[in-house]
Design a protein around this ligand. Structure first.
Ligand SMILES: [Fe+2]
Length: 217
């Protein structure tokens, strides 16, 4: 039987991460610092698998859902080593400033008070919130990456926090569809909200899984 583009991509990524696990016994962003050569091999394999897959954008139509209120995360595939998501952003929709929490194997780094003045904060009215604390630490903008069709961006928690948004004045009236690979899968994130002076621990949700809507919120 002929494999679909998504099945081939999942197989290629699975192979790359399995090889890494056999070689190093772990998957996580700190791998980049510990063993640059091994990371470079993984990075090349992953980038080429993703680039090949997005040459057939129709293959991801099944996972493409937008929502008027906010951007949505659509799960394509997940196992213990990695997860693949299609994110859909209407013009002007964006994420909060965030990290990828426990996803990189650093243990429980959920939001908690730091220092004598820190304490609980009112949580935002969004699904999956586990905790909220105040204050939000001071944040410094380090850079900005702009991506169009076919571009690839990489970030990990050792580099910086980040936020993603689709430009209000994008040339694409329907917005952006982006393919995201997280390794290991993101179990928790920290959301940094300077305007509310709080940091929120959240379990990220999915609007759809395997092409079926599971969450209306
Ligand atoms: Fe992110």
């Amino acid at each position: 039987m002929v494999k679909t583009v998504v099945e081939s991509l999942v197989q290629g990524l699975g192979q790359a991460f399995n090889e890494l696990k056999v070689e190093r016994g772990e998957i996580g962003w700190y791998h980049q610092r510990k063993d640059g050569e091994s990371f470079a091999r993984l990075d090349a394999a992953v980038r080429s698998a993703l680039l090949e897959a997005v040459e057939t954008p129709d293959a991801f139509d099944k996972f493409t859902f937008f929502k008027d209120e906010h951007y949505v995360r659509n799960l394509v595939y997940q196992d213990d080593n990695f997860e693949l998501l299609v994110l859909c952003w209407a013009p002007g929709q964006g994420s909060r400033i965030h990290n990828h929490g426990d996803s990189h194997g650093l243990g429980d780094r959920g939001a908690r008070p730091r220092g004598g003045d820190a304490g609980p904060a009112a949580p935002p009215a969004i699904p999956g919130v586990l905790a909220a604390v105040s204050p939000c630490p001071p944040l410094q903008k380090l850079g900005k990456g702009v991506a169009g069709p076919g571009a690839q961006l990489y970030i990990n928690d050792g580099q910086a926090l980040h936020a993603v948004r689709c430009a209000d004045d994008t040339d694409y009236p329907h917005g952006a569809v982006t393919l995201h690979l997280y390794a290991p899968p993101t179990r928790r994130v920290l959301l940094y909200e300077p305007e509310q002076d709080r940091v929120v621990t959240r379990v990220p949700g999915h609007y759809s899984r395997d092409g079926k809507v599971v969450q209306q919120g």
